[in-house]
Design a protein around this ligand. Structure first.
Ligand code: MN
Length: 195
């Protein structure tokens, strides 16, 4: 059984305004993530998945080609994705972009430009990730609930580009949300720890 308390926000709900409002946090964390947790608990109760660590549920359900396996994967992966995304948010962190990212992309501006282009390219619902893959840093997009660990990549930074992540604050202006994330909402100290 998972609970929202296992995935605490590292900030108060109003701490990211105006780039991400308390209302968005209230729905996105308090309703969407809470919903994925409840559904995962309901679907796994009484199955072989019950009491597994979250990563094991994700990896095993990814290989479970049944309707129940697909549902469990979608909800469990969304728990991981959201917990990782929220943990990486902090408003106007004083820390600079880590050197490893500048080395990999050429400059901080080039990293932001490539990340923004990737996030704009997500068609429908999905995620943009900075991952370490085969020792290299690179950007990947995943659709819906899909998550880097099933592709053998280790996540470093995540951006949720499902419409529920930005519609209350930005309506259809996904590009403005992406720019606000890249310029104001990344906890670079935490990213450094992931590197
Ligand atoms: Mn979301």
């Amino acid at each position: 059984m998972f609970s929202l308390d296992q995935f605490p926000l590292p900030f108060t709900p109003d701490a990211l305004a105006p780039y991400m409002s308390a209302q968005t946090i209230g729905f996105h964390y308090g309703r969407h993530l809470a919903g994925y947790i409840k559904t995962t608990n309901d679907l796994t109760a009484g199955t072989a998945y019950q009491d597994m660590p979250l990563a094991d549920i994700i990896m095993q359900s990814a290989a479970d080609d049944t309707p129940l396996g697909h549902k469990i994967f979608n909800n469990a992966a969304q728990i991981f994705n959201h917990a990782f995304f929220f943990r990486g948010l902090r408003r106007d962190t004083p820390a600079p972009i880590p050197h490893a990212i500048i080395d990999a992309f050429g400059s901080a501006d080039q990293f932001r430009s490539e990340f923004a282009a990737a996030a704009r390219d997500v068609f429908g619902s999905g995620w943009t990730w900075l991952v370490r893959d085969g020792g290299k840093l690179r950007l990947i997009n995943t659709q819906n609930a899909d998550t880097p660990m099933t592709h053998g990549a280790r996540p470093i930074l995540a951006l949720d580009v499902w419409e529920h992540a930005y519609y209350l604050d930005y309506q259809n202006r996904r590009g403005d949300f992406i720019d606000a994330f890249l310029n104001h909402l990344i906890d670079w100290d935490w990213v450094s720890q992931n590197l």
